[in-house]
Design a protein around this ligand. Sequence first.
Ligand SMILES: [Zn+2]
Length: 308
Amino acid sequence: MDNVTPLGGDVYEIDTRMAGYSGITAGYLILGDRPCLVETGTSTSAPVVRDALASLGVGPDDLATVVVTHIHLDHAGGVGDIAGYFPSAEIVVHEKGARHLADPTRLMASAKMVWGDRLDTLFGTLSPTDASRIRALGDVGTVDLGNGRSLASHYSPGHAKHHVGLLDSLTGDLYVGDAAGVYLPETGDLRPASPPPDFDLEVALRSLGLFEALGPQRLLFSHYGPVDDVPATLERSAEELRVWVDLTRQARSDGLDLDHAVAMVRDRTRERYTALQADPATAERFELLSGAESNVGGIMHWLDRSGA
Ligand SMILES: [Zn+2]
């Protein structure tokens, strides 16, 4: 299938085609004795993911595990649907996110407040998953991939308080979710992902430090794809966060309201990103995943909360 890319080590990248876009949301299948899907994508992505798994020989009873890095709808919105398609799969998520997968009412209500009318077209609706099928992770945990291979989960808040990174014992791949920001493979751009309500700079930087200490061989971004140059990329993630926080802090101390702060930070960071000088479609995709409004809003929220 044209949305499945082999990455070596029995790992397959699946373009989950959020809202019909290509190249913005990735799920990953780790094949082997106990096939494991990392990230489901949105609810509307679920049939796309099911078909991709079928093309890799993973039928309804074959999927052992579904694990999500966090419960934002672009990563976990399809959990309920995928759990329905694959009745043998165990659903693995950090303990701070588990109850929202069992009962998505509050999560969907807050997403509706953020996205309004765009919610349905962008994400669809997260369906509930039977609580008995959900396994909650603590600060560390393990997913058995079979044959002595495993994924080790590491609690990595900052972007979201229910975020984990996942390290593959065989390949050294680290699934970074959104904790290292948003990477655009076409341009090599990297932009922070600092949305409200959980973003916290110190916590996010600590998670990046943890990722570095794990010594991964490769980073697998949910947005989007593999990156081999690990230390330089993680350093850049930290630098991006500092730049956005510094500018937002400045806007705030100049007394700008949110709209003006967003405009100022967007303007002052524009030249950092090739995608924003590229065609409007590329710029639009980048903005959808790591919007200046969401990033600056998240940083403002954190500054207000921390009294910094
Ligand atoms: Zn995301």
